[in-house]
Design a binder for this molecule. Structure first.
Ligand code: SF4
Length: 321
């Protein structure tokens, strides 16, 4: 059985009396010890998806289940869900400066989680906090324990956030763009650290390089839907969905010259207030057929695209553009 089994999850937000369909019929499984990367452009629903798993945002669950160890998190009372947050599923957010309490010593911020979940007495919690700072690569952890967030660099602050997320020994770690606010050298160090943890993780990123070095499997999201999924190796070296291909093509390579303009996908994603009935990528896709705008393609071989669907032969035969 998968450690986390997300089934047909749809999530919406109410904005000025209008409904924004942020996550649409998303299903995936996370196995023990596996690292899944979720990639896609800003606004494609990545953060709304993972934050809805733990009901961290005021979203409305339209449909679906989030089974953790067989228990549907969406059916739990607020008290039971609070007991799972941090204790069973830890979370690292994007910006370490705004995620840490600027008025509290970092050591106290780590022990807070240990004490909240009653995992140790105060003295043992302090020892565990120092051990976590050491584990996450914070130099001189005993001295750092009493420092405040503003006394640490961005990279060290992110390590402290990881230490807090690990404090209660969760079984799953969710990292929402954990390296976005950091410079490239520190990004590489944080990704290396996450890899070393050897635990089940969901990592949201728009950095495909991060996926290559860290993840076992990748989910590609577009307009609130998963349009392609597969092993990191398969998706990065042999992408099937046109959006994934264009996303990869837009990355700089070793051959890219200084000052050279990078490829950008023309157009923009559809409004999620009124998502189109067909493939959401149709307006930007160079391969779009008439059927694409009419009907959302069923997923075939982990790819939601009419070009890769068993019905594609009929689609081409009866509906060529
Ligand atoms: Fe392009 Fe059609 Fe495939 Fe969508 S379903 S990605 S529009 S070919």
């Amino acid at each position: 059985m998968a450690l986390l089994d997300v089934q047909n999850l749809s999530v919406s937000f109410s904005i000025q009396d209008r409904k924004l369909h942020a996550v649409r019929d998303v299903s995936f499984q996370l196995n023990e010890g596996e690292i899944i990367g979720i990639v896609g452009e800003s606004g494609c629903g990545k953060s709304a998806l993972v934050q809805s798993l733990l009901r961290l945002i005021p979203s409305k669950i339209e449909t679906g289940k989030v089974l953790f160890d067989g228990v549907d998190l969406l059916q739990l009372t607020p008290e039971r869900l609070r007991a799972i947050r941090g204790r069973e599923i830890g979370m690292i957010f994007q910006d370490p400066m705004t995620s840490l309490n600027p008025t509290m010593q970092i050591g106290a911020q780590i022990t807070e989680s240990i004490l909240y979940h009653r995992l140790a007495a105060p003295k043992a919690a302090q020892e565990r906090a120092i051990e976590l700072l050491r584990l996450t690569g914070v130099p001189d952890p005993e001295a750092r324990y009493t420092q405040f967030p503003h006394q640490l660099s961005g990279g060290l602050r992110q390590r402290v956030l990881i230490a807090i997320a690990l404090a209660a020994k969760p079984r799953i770690l969710i990292a929402d763009e954990p390296t976005t606010a950091l410079d490239p050298t520190i990004q590489a160090q944080i990704l290396h650290l996450l890899k070393q943890l050897k635990m089940s993780q969901i990592v949201i990123t728009h950095d495909i390089g991060a996926v290559a070095s860290l993840c076992d499997r990748v989910l590609v999201m577009y307009a609130g839907k998963i349009v392609e999924a597969g092993t990191a190796q398969d998706v990065l070296t042999a992408p099937k969905h046109p959006y994934t291909k264009m996303l990869l093509y837009s990355l700089p390579t070793l051959q890219t010259k200084r000052g050279e303009k990078l490829y950008a996908i023309e157009g923009s994603p559809p409004s999620l207030f009124t998502p189109p009935p067909g493939c959401p990528f149709a307006a930007r896709c160079p391969h779009a057929m008439n059927i694409c705008a009419r009907e959302f393609p069923p997923t075939h071989e982990n790819t939601a695209c009419w070009l890769h669907n068993e019905r594609n032969v009929n689609a081409f035969a009866t509906d060529p553009r």
